[in-house]
Design a protein around this ligand. Sequence first.
Ligand code: PMP
Length: 277
Amino acid sequence: HKVYLNGEYLPLSKARVSVLDRGFLFGDGVYEVIPAYHGKLFRLEAHLQRLENSLSNIRLGLSYSVEKWREILLPLVDETKDQYIYLQITRGVAPKRDHAFPTSAVPTVFAMCSDIQYFEGREVGVKAVTMDDNRWEMCHVKATTLLANILLRQQAIEQGCAEAILVKNGYVTEGAASNLFVVIDGELMTPAKSADILPGITRDVIIELAQANDIKVNENVISLEALQAADEIWVTSSTREIIPVVELDGQPVADGHPGPLWRKINELFQQYKQSVS
Ligand code: PMP
């Protein structure tokens, strides 16, 4: 099982990074998670565009072409399986621990590939719990600094839930590690892109598939009250795909089963995945 680290392919057990790496000391880095369905990198350009945006937001200068990334990533992938690539770039190893950017550090580039585990909650739905969104103000950056997300997700799990749905100033933003869709009065809605959410690639695909099938998507604010009254709630991400939420804060969502629009969009999504892999 080989991983990529700073220009080399080596066994996971041999991959080593200095304790002075700013990723280790500060969480000073960004990452991507890219599905690889039977060897095909899913929406690679979109993932790399988001990576470039993350890098420029944290002022980390590293610019590889799509072709260079493809060359780096493809050897990690097993074409017989559905997998995902985890790709991380940190500001590198500095001579000492200092908040200020180091003057001469070389970014650390790391990538590994793992099997996608089928998420059992997909067909039956999951429980979710609302929580105060106590993250920072650059949630559109896919930063490795995930302490708030980790604590929120862990609290959700300890309450028997699969995801925390985050609420900021009375409006829902996204999940601890997912985007959010709701169906209200037959209309599909998702919070608009802003610095309050990560612009999910799965979110983009769902919007495209819906629109191509004459299902209108309203990208707008969603209040906590609207969420509580929704007919359907979904949380979406690259590795879990589209997960119906059937219980919110201990109350059933509609009849407590995955809804008809989820069924339809999930089917379109599965077909689309097959068609590109
Ligand atoms: N929001 C957050 C906070 C996330 O961590 C993720 C990814 N796990 C997403 C949304 C979904 O993004 P994507 O569809 O690109 O995986």
